[in-house]
Write a protein that binds this ligand. Structure first.
Ligand SMILES: Nc1ncnc2c1ncn2[C@@H]1O[C@H](COP(=O)(O)OP(=O)(O)OP(=O)(O)O)[C@@H](O)[C@H]1O
Length: 262
């Protein structure tokens, strides 16, 4: 549950309060939200990259975050991951969360299974790691070194590492952007399947409009430091990239991003 970590900052220095649940919900607020952000501002060298931004994510919801390069998507994700605390505003995030980055960030001197359970309390649980690796189709890679893995396999190992944490919230920053087209499609399908099975909320930063429509319940378009547009994706799952509804939503999103295909 999102009983959460609450950050309520009034200066640009970091101050974290992890004591108890989020501040009492106002009218219309969802007290169960896994992400609740109000008036979030983040400036670098006096320039506001995020500017009084509000956003909520409900339990189990899949949200994609799109926007032009440099609009602040990764900055927002890093704040949600508690990797950046130099903020103003209020940020409440589910305590159980996991993060996946563009680079899988596996520790090279630990075998794949040890990477999966790295940082978990207690003795490293090989069985737990094996089950997670099997879930992402990497059961046969349990005992190899990370350098042996292909890019797609390494990303799947990183997903296994995230999922053993049983997160309420999974934060993904362009996890597929370095993969070739076919591997990317397979990885997207895997994420859709894992998300449905685990039921955690996901916030996915992506440049890929098609990926956003394929995976998300809701697409947020960031611009000038705020959520400028919000699009609900009501398409049935699994989604068909060539279905008219899919194509129409993709076109609408491209147009919101200022891209006008001929
Ligand atoms: N540590 C930092 N110091 C100074 N400026 C930063 C820092 N981190 C981010 N920025 C600036 O903040 C802005 C937003 O960066 P961010 O990485 O969040 O954008 P983005 O939308 O994720 O971009 P992209 O899609 O290209 O990854 C950029 O102008 C970037 O240069």
């Amino acid at each position: 549950m999102a009983t959460g970590l609450q950050r309520n900052l009034t200066s640009s220095t970091s101050a974290v309060s992890a004591s108890g649940p989020a501040a009492g919900p106002g009218a219309g607020d969802d007290a169960r939200a896994v992400v609740r952000v109000r008036g979030l501002t983040r400036a670098f060298d006096g320039r506001r990259v995020i500017d009084a931004l509000d956003v909520d994510v409900a339990p189990g919801e899949f949200v994609a975050l799109l926007g032009a390069s440099g609009c602040g998507k990764s900055t927002l994700l890093r704040i949600l991951a508690d990797l950046d605390r130099a903020i103003d505003g209020e940020v409440t995030v589910a305590r159980r969360r996991a993060v996946g980055f563009q680079s899988p960030r596996l520790v090279p001197w630990k075998r794949v299974w040890r990477n999966v359970v790295l940082g978990l309390p207690g003795r490293p649980d090989r069985g737990l790691a094996v089950r997670a690796l099997e879930e992402v189709g990497l059961g046969h890679r349990t005992d190899v070194w990370p350098k042996v893995l292909s890019g797609g396999e390494a990303q799947r190992a990183a997903l296994a590492r995230a999922l053993v944490r049983e997160p309420d919230l999974l934060l993904l920053d362009e996890p597929f952007s370095a993969l070739d087209a076919l591997t990317r499609i397979k990885a997207q399908d895997l994420v859709a399947e894992l998300w449905q099975r685990h039921g955690c909320a996901v916030v996915l930063v992506t440049h890929d409009v098609e990926e956003a429509v394929l995976l998300a319940d809701r697409v947020l378009v960031m611009d000038s430091g705020v959520i400028a547009h919000e699009l609900l994706v009501g398409l049935e799952r699994p989604r068909d990239r060539s279905a008219p509804g899919f194509v129409a939503l993709r076109t609408e999103l491209l147009s919101l991003l200022g891209v006008h295909p001929h």
